[in-house]
Design a protein around this ligand. Structure first.
Ligand code: PMP
Length: 256
């Protein structure tokens, strides 16, 4: 499945989201129900028909309908496609960014192929709920070595003492976030150093700033981890600057 933000009728980071969908389908040996260009047209058509211009576009593809069993059906059924558009108010996201969000650290209990974006989200859902029950917004998942993998539905970034960005390198432990790529691009264009390395929960707690990224949240400053303030407990200046730069990029493609 894929989740793509839509602003002023434009699908943001469209190329990245459709490329990742193609990769996930290939990894699961599911055929493409329609070509990727046709799928993009279906998305645009859905938005237009429903007169929705600010939204979350959700695309879900399953292997198709077959009698219940574990092995794939011998004769591959036609894959099933669902596309929905949910209207979204970007101002709500802005309000959240101004306040900042809290993370709750916990062990990453997901499977060994988190790089595949699949609807098998049970561990993600349980982690998110655990974070919410603990009064946080998002989970900060950690591997067996105590290093941060990612959020339950977001990529996690740290700002180090030199004002550079640190985020975990791509690998099977994390989803290759599309917003992650764009934010790395934005940072490098602003002459901000970016290092891809794993970091610990303790490092994160002592970081100058932290923020999370996702298609629906863009860049959200993290103001506390496990109820301890990060930095001075308010959205950091670099996170705020990157959020503005990200939105400026969005505006450049959505404003006539
Ligand atoms: N990690 C996980 C586990 C996610 O579910 C998401 C949201 N799709 C992300 C990271 C962020 O990815 P993206 O920037 O592509 O939305």
């Amino acid at each position: 499945y894929e989740v793509c933000a839509v602003k002023a009728g434009v699908m943001l980071d469209e190329a990245g989201h459709f490329a990742r969908l193609e990769r996930s389908l290939a990894a699961l040996d599911i055929a493409q129900p329609v070509s990727m260009p046709a799928l993009k047209l279906i998305g645009r058509h859905l938005l237009r028909l429903n007169r929705i211009s600010d939204a979350i576009l959700y695309i879900q593809i399953s292997r198709g309908v077959a009698p219940r069993d574990h092995p794939f059906p011998v004769v591959a059924p036609a894959p099933a496609l669902i596309v929905t558009a949910k209207r979204l108010d970007w101002q709500k996201q802005d309000a959240q960014a101004e306040k900042g969000v809290g993370l709750i650290s916990m062990p990453d209990e997901r499977w060994a192929r988190c790089d595949i974006k699949s609807t098998a989200l049970l561990a993600n859902v349980l982690a998110k709920q655990k974070a919410r029950d603990a009064g946080g917004y998002e989970a900060m998942l950690t591997d067996e070595a105590g290093l941060v993998t990612e959020g339950s539905s977001s990529t996690i970034f740290m700002v180090d003492g030199d004002g550079g960005l640190v985020t975990r390198p791509l690998g099977p432990e994390i989803l290759p976030g599309i917003t992650r790529e764009t934010v790395i691009d934005v940072a490098r264009a602003e002459n901000i150093a970016v290092t891809e390395r794993a970091f610990s929960v303790d490092e994160a707690k002592a970081a100058r700033e932290m923020f999370i990224t996702s298609a629906s949240g863009f860049v959200l400053p993290v103001v506390e981890i496990d109820h301890q303030p990060v930095g001075n407990g308010v959205p950091g200046s670099l996170a705020t600057r990157l959020r503005r730069a990200y939105i400026a990029r969005v505006d450049a493609v959505t404003r006539p």
